[in-house]
Structure formats: structure tokens, C-alpha cells
Design a protein around this ligand. Structure first.
Ligand SMILES: Nc1ncnc2c1ncn2[C@@H]1O[C@H](COP(=O)(O)OP(=O)(O)O)[C@@H](O)[C@H]1O
Ligand SMILES: [Mg+2]
Length: 215
């Protein structure tokens, strides 16, 4: 039987939603969202939306020209059921229907000054090891792609787990947690612009180190 949310997505959300990608390395831009859909977040590939009548689901709509939907579907197939990950319930041409994770991204935790317990970091570490066991390669695991919920860690974005090369982001985040965060910033809200400066500087610093052949 056709799911009612599928009709809402195909006939209401998709024809009216306006999203596009401006810069390949910046988050996509969301221009218009039809009512009553709500934007939960956006990343470098997609916008993630929710309908109030189906609040246990989210729809991840890939922006035109952004690749990777087949890979993400395959990642979810390999992950199966695991408490730290969502699941893919349906794959459309340019969108996925995923189980909603109701945590707060670690990026938002920093913005709001919500303390991140060590258990969260440990849960994410274990979830990533599980992914490796399933033949995946955790990639692009940064503050906007992991969440905290009831003191436990969740991994919200697995779209790059089919990539082959090593990605240092999670190891860098873990190091920063131990060296810097735990003793200094745990309870301090950090303004948006400062987090953006950190995001951009991190990218530039990595590029600089790469071109000098030091990593
Ligand atoms: N299953 C989910 N449940 C709740 N929120 C989600 C879910 N998936 C993504 N989000 C939100 O949407 C944002 C962007 O999704 P993400 O999968 O990271 O997109 P991208 O692949 O474009 O980076 C996330 O940072 C998170 O805030
Ligand atoms: Mg993301």
C-alpha cells in the first residue's frame, strides 16, 4: 500500500521546495519551503525536512547537481539496524526518507553551551568501529554530522562512508575534545561567527598542510 507520507513528499514537498548549491564546499542554500514542512538542517549535499504529521521521519532532499544519493542508500543497507544510526525507509530519485534522530548536533551543543559528556564521544567511536566492520569508511564525521541525545552519541550523516581515503575529521574532533574542550569550553556558548571562523580556518589549515606534503 502507498504510504501517505509518500504522497505528501511527491505531490506537495518536492514540486515546491527550492534548494540549490552555490559553492561546492559550503552548505547548500534553502530558498523556499512549502508549509507545513520544517527545515531540520542542511549540509553540503542536501536539505533535511520534517512534516508535523509524520514527525518520526525526515526527508533528505539532495540539491540539484549534488551527487551521492546511491552511495548513501548503500551505506544504510550495509549498516542495517544500530542504535547510533538512522535507517533508510525509502529511496526516491533525489531524496531519502530516514528515521528521525531527535538529538542535538554537537555543533549546536557548542553554540548553546550544552556540555558534551565523554560517553557521547565513546558511543560515536564505537558506532564508527561498527561501520568499519560492515566494510565502510567513516568520512566527514564532524560536529554537524554527530548528535547527542539523552547523554548518548548518534551519527546523523553517513553519506560519505563509501569514500576510500582516510578522513581525519573525527580523530581531530576527538583530539580537540581531550586537549581543549573538556577543560576549557564545556559550558561556554560559542557565537555562530566564531564557529564559522573555526570551520573555515580548519579547512584552510588542512589544505595548507596537504599542499606542503605534511599530511
Ligand atoms: N535522520 C535525521 N534526523 C534528524 N535530523 C537530521 C537527520 N539527518 C539529518 N538531519 C539534520 O540535517 C542536517 C543535514 O543533514 P546531513 O545528512 O548532514 O546532510 P549532508 O549530507 O548534506 O551534509 C544535519 O546536520 C542534521 O541537523
Ligand atoms: Mg552533513
Amino acid at each position: 500500500m502507498l504510504k501517505p507520507w509518500l504522497l505528501e513528499i511527491e505531490h506537495q514537498l518536492l514540486p515546491q521546495l527550492e534548494i540549490y548549491s552555490k559553492q561546492p564546499y559550503d552548505p547548500i542554500v534553502v530558498h523556499y519551503i512549502p508549509k507545513p514542512w520544517k527545515l531540520l538542517g542542511s549540509g553540503n549535499y542536501a536539505a533535511v525536512l520534517m512534516h508535523p504529521n509524520y514527525s518520526d521521519l525526515v526527508v533528505k532532499v539532495y540539491a540539484p547537481g549534488r551527487p551521492g544519493i546511491e552511495e548513501e542508500t548503500e551505506v544504510y543497507r550495509r549498516l542495517g539496524k544500530h542504535p547510533a544510526y538512522s535507517e533508510c525507509l525509502h529511496a526516491g530519485e533525489n531524496y531519502l526518507v530516514l528515521r528521525r534522530l531527535t538529538g542535538v548536533t554537537l555543533y549546536k551543543c557548542l553554540q548553546r553551551g550544552l556540555p558534551i559528556p565523554r560517553q557521547v564521544i565513546q558511543d560515536i567511536d564505537e558506532a564508527l568501529a561498527y561501520a568499519v566492520n560492515r566494510g565502510l569508511n567513516p568520512h566527514d564525521v564532524h560536529g554537524k554530522n554527530v548528535m547527542m541525545k539523552d547523554g548518548r552519541g548518534l551519527v546523523v550523516d553517513v553519506s560519505d562512508f563509501m569514500k576510500q581515503e582516510y578522513c581525519p575529521m573525527w580523530d581531530d574532533l576527538k583530539n580537540a575534545y581531550d586537549r581543549f574542550y573538556y577543560s576549557w569550553v564545556r559550558k561556554m556558548p560559542i557565537p555562530n561567527f566564531a564557529l564559522n571562523v573555526v570551520r573555515r580556518s580548519y579547512r584552510k589549515w588542512k589544505k595548507f598542510r596537504r599542499t606542503r606534503g605534511t599530511i
